[in-house]
Design a protein around this ligand. Structure first.
Ligand SMILES: [Ca+2]
Ligand SMILES: [Ca+2]
Ligand SMILES: [Ca+2]
Ligand SMILES: [Ca+2]
Length: 443
C-alpha cells in the first residue's frame, strides 16, 4: 500500500478532527486504552508525568479544571477515581452538550432537543426536521443528513438554537447517509442510492451555489444491481475509508456477500485500495466508521442478514496500517441477534444494540481481550420490546441511549448509563418531546 502523504494542513485538520471525533474510542484516565480505568492506569499516568509526555485523556479535571500538563496530581485523581468507580472529565472531553434528533413514531417529522451533559437538562429547539434525519459532527460543525426522500445536507448553528445555516440539495435519488469534512471548502457525502460519492463545498452558505463540486465514481465496486450501497466513512491520515454494503435491491436488500472497505486518497480523490471484509452488510447507527487511533483500528459492525439469520455478522477490526482485517471483535452469534449499533470504549470493551427473533432490543456490554479471540457479552444494561435506535458514549464515560419505547406505562426518552459501573444514571428517561432517534455530542 502507498505511504501516506503528510502535509501540515492535513495534520492540523487531523488534530482538529481528533478533538471532535465522534467515533473515537477514548475514556478519560484510560492510559492503556483497554476501556477500563484501573490503578495500573494511574501508574502509567505517573510515568507519563515523570517523562513529561502529554496525553489529553490523562490531563484530568481537578476541581473542575484541566491545566494542560500531565502531573502526579492527575495520577492521584485517576487512582482515586479507579478505586471509587466514578466518572470524570479530562482535556480530551470537549463536549458539553448532546444534540438529540427526535422523530415521530411514523418518522413523518422530527425535531432537535439539546441536553446539557452536566445537568441533563433538556431543552427542545425550534428547528423542525424531516423524519428520516441523522446528525453528524465533523470538524466541530453540526450537520443534518436529510436522507431518503429529502436528499439534502443541512448545517446548523448550534450556538443559535440550531438555526439552519444552509440546506443544500444533492438531487433526487441520492439518499445522503454520512458526511466527512476534509477542509473549510471540501467535504465528502456518501450517497446510499447512488454510485457516486459526492464532493461538496461546505463554505457556500445559504445560496448553495456551487455546493456539489464533484464526485468519485464507485460503480466498479458495486454488486450486480449496480449500486454499491456506500454507507459510513472516516478520514484517517489523509485516507478516506468508506464501507460498501453490497446489498441486492431486487431481493429486499439482502447481502450479496461480504462488505468491502474502499480507501480513497483525499488529496487526489482516487481509489487507492480495497479491503474485503469478513462479514456482510457493514452497517450500524454509528456516526461514521469507528476509529481507534491508538490501536490503529477501524471497527466495523455488520448485522449480516436481518431477521432471517440472527447469528451471522458481528464487529470486526481492520488495521489502518496494514489495511488488513484482523478478525472479529465479537460475533453475531455471541451477541444473540442483529447488531444495529455499537460503541467501543478502548480497544477491548464496547457496547452494542441487539435485536433478537422476537424483536426484543437489548443494550449489552461486551469484552474482547484480543481481536483474534472474539469477545463475550458481559452484561445486559437495558431491554425493551420496542426500539433502541442509537447509543453514543462521551469521553467521561457516559453512555447515551435513545429509547423509543412507547407502550402503556413505558415511555422512552434518552437514558444515560455509566460505562464504569454499567449502572443507569438517569432515574427516568429524559423527555425529548418526540422520541429520541439519534444523538451526538458537541462542544
Ligand atoms: Ca485502562
Ligand atoms: Ca493536568
Ligand atoms: Ca446493490
Ligand atoms: Ca450510535
Amino acid at each position: 500500500m502507498m505511504p501516506k502523504r503528510a502535509n501540515s494542513a492535513a495534520i492540523g485538520l487531523g488534530l482538529l478532527l481528533f478533538a471532535f471525533a465522534p467515533s473515537a474510542a477514548a475514556l478519560c484516565g484510560d492510559a492503556d486504552n483497554d476501556g477500563a480505568v484501573r490503578a495500573t492506569d494511574a501508574l502509567r499516568t505517573l510515568i507519563a508525568a515523570v517523562g513529561s509526555s502529554y496525553d489529553p485523556r490523562l490531563d484530568v479535571e481537578r476541581g473542575g479544571l484541566t491545566d494542560g500538563v500531565v502531573t502526579a496530581g492527575d495520577a492521584l485523581v485517576i487512582l482515586q477515581q479507579a478505586l471509587t468507580d466514578t466518572l470524570f472529565g479530562c482535556a480530551l472531553s470537549a463536549a458539553t452538550r448532546a444534540m438529540v434528533v427526535t422523530a415521530s413514531n411514523s418518522f413523518a417529522s422530527g425535531g432537535i432537543t439539546e441536553i446539557a451533559l452536566a445537568t441533563r437538562n433538556a431543552v427542545q429547539q425550534p428547528n423542525v426536521t424531516a423524519g428520516d434525519t441523522v446528525p453528524r459532527i465533523s470538524a466541530g460543525r453540526a450537520f443534518l443528513l436529510n436522507r431518503f426522500g429529502a436528499n439534502n445536507v443541512e448545517e446548523l448553528d448550534a450556538d443559535r438554537n440550531y438555526a439552519t445555516l444552509f440546506q443544500c440539495a444533492l438531487g433526487a435519488g441520492t439518499d445522503p447517509v454520512d458526511i466527512v469534512v476534509v477542509s473549510a471548502t471540501k467535504a465528502y457525502v456518501s450517497q446510499y442510492d447512488s454510485t457516486v460519492l459526492a464532493i461538496v463545498d461546505p463554505s457556500v452558505g445559504p445560496s448553495c451555489n456551487g455546493f456539489v463540486t464533484g464526485g468519485i465514481e464507485l460503480a466498479a465496486y458495486a454488486d450486480a444491481d449496480g449500486i454499491p450501497e456506500m454507507d459510513q466513512m472516516v478520514l484517517v491520515d489523509g485516507s478516506l475509508y468508506i464501507a460498501l454494503q453490497l446489498l441486492d435491491r431486487t431481493a429486499f436488500f439482502a447481502p450479496t456477500g461480504p462488505g468491502v472497505l474502499v480507501e480513497i486518497d483525499s488529496g487526489t480523490d482516487t481509489v487507492i485500495g480495497t479491503t474485503a471484509l469478513e462479514f456482510s452488510n457493514p452497517f450500524g447507527e454509528t456516526k461514521g466508521l469507528a476509529h481507534d487511533s491508538r490501536a490503529h483500528s477501524l471497527y466495523i459492525s455488520s448485522p449480516g442478514r436481518f431477521f432471517s439469520d440472527l447469528s451471522d455478522g458481528g464487529i470486526e477490526a481492520v488495521d489502518t496500517i496494514t489495511r488488513a482485517p484482523v478478525g472479529a471483535v465479537i460475533t453475531g452469534g455471541e451477541l444473540g441477534g442483529d447488531l444495529t449499533d455499537f460503541v467501543m470504549v478502548g480497544s477491548s470493551r464496547g457496547y452494542g444494540l441487539v435485536a433478537d427473533a422476537q424483536s426484543r432490543h437489548r443494550l449489552v456490554a461486551f469484552d474482547s481481550a484480543t481481536a483474534t479471540a472474539p469477545g463475550t457479552v458481559t452484561a445486559t444494561l437495558a431491554e425493551s420490546d420496542e426500539t433502541f435506535s442509537d447509543i453514543e458514549v462521551s469521553e467521561r464515560g457516559e453512555l447515551y441511549l435513545c429509547d423509543r419505547s412507547f407502550t402503556a406505562g413505558v415511555i422512552g426518552g434518552v437514558r444515560v448509563f455509566s460505562v464504569r459501573s454499567n449502572e443507569e444514571l438517569t432515574t427516568a428517561p429524559i423527555d425529548t418531546g418526540l422520541l429520541p432517534f439519534n444523538v451526538v455530542f458537541l462542544k
